[in-house]
Design a protein around this ligand. Structure first.
Ligand code: GUN
Length: 286
């Protein structure tokens, strides 16, 4: 039987509609809309697209977006000064620095500099620590999107074996924590995992977040499994996920396409995080 295709565009539209309602209520109560600032260093075309998409989505949800683009040569001290200014700006509820950043900048210094309450990417040590502790905080957007898709599709989670392929700070690590919190048995696999195909075949839920086009083959998938493809790889043949879609769709119970799968959920949850951050800040000052 062919897999159920989980439509990420539709799921993201639902999340964005929920956020837009929440933004309207927030604005009615506090007399201002949540503010989201996206910082980009340099002119990488992919970053440009992501930043534009995030700002457009924030505006559509009724938020106040602001885009700041700094020259490629920007130093850490200059970026730190900007972050400090935005940390102190009451109109700013969330900010993010688009990754990757040029070599002279340090991603850990950036993650440590952004105030945890405004860190809507959820990459700061404080927010990642909260996630590990199970405390409320800003949770990375893409893994939240994957969880929402699993929940909406009613994929059984309790006791399921989830294999997360990829151990990045942005997806793999936080994804494993979220699956664990839902009572999955979680295995985190990576480039040095032995016999990855056999391991993947034991997964009830397989999350692919490695950045290698079509690495997950049809015969790596357990019949009926949920295959969640986080990969966005630009190839000569166009945009490809980490999953060989056609092959895997024949075996899986559920599958997310690329494009139109997990991708749109990332921006949706950035908006959700920004609204939550605005509420937390407003609640703290009233
Ligand atoms: N680059 C790729 N994904 C992300 C993301 O989720 N946030 C930021 N800031 N940069 C990214």
């Amino acid at each position: 039987m062919a897999a159920i295709v989980i439509d990420g565009k539709a799921a993201a539209a639902r999340v964005r509609a929920e956020v837009a309602e929440g933004v309207a209520a927030f604005a009615a109560r506090y007399g201002r809309a949540p503010g989201l600032v996206g910082i980009q260093v340099g002119d990488d075309p992919a970053s440009e697209l992501y930043q534009a998409g995030k700002a457009r989505a924030a505006e559509e949800a009724g938020m106040v977006p602001r885009r700041i683009t700094l020259p490629d040569s920007t130093g850490q001290a200059e970026l730190d000064a900007l972050i400090d200014e935005l940390n102190a700006d009451d109109a700013v509820d969330g900010m993010l620095v688009q990754l990757p950043v040029p070599d002279q900048l340090s991603e850990p210094l950036i993650a440590n500099r952004i105030h945890p309450d405004k860190d809507v990417d959820g990459f700061s040590p404080v927010n990642l620590g909260r996630l590990m502790r199970g405390e409320p905080g800003n949770v990375p957007c893409t893994p939240q999107g994957v969880m929402r898709m699993l929940r909406d599709a009613e994929v059984p989670l309790v006791g399921a074996h989830a294999v997360v392929v990829g151990r990045s700070l942005i997806v793999g690590k936080p994804q494993s924590m979220l699956l664990l919190a839902e009572h999955c048995t979680v295995t985190v696999a990576h480039s040095r995992t032995r016999d990855l195909p056999s391991l993947c075949r034991t997964a009830d839920i397989l999350v692919a977040a490695v950045g290698r086009p079509e690495m997950i083959r049809g015969d790596w998938v357990k019949p009926g499994a949920a295959v969640m493809d986080v990969g966005i790889n630009r190839t000569d043949d166009g945009l490809r996920g980490d999953v060989a879609y056609a092959e895997c769709a024949e075996v899986a119970g559920w599958i997310t396409p690329v494009p139109g799968g997990v991708g749109p959920m990332t921006i949706a949850y950035l908006l959700a995080n920004t609204l939550d951050a605005a509420h937390r800040r407003a609640g703290a000052t009233t």
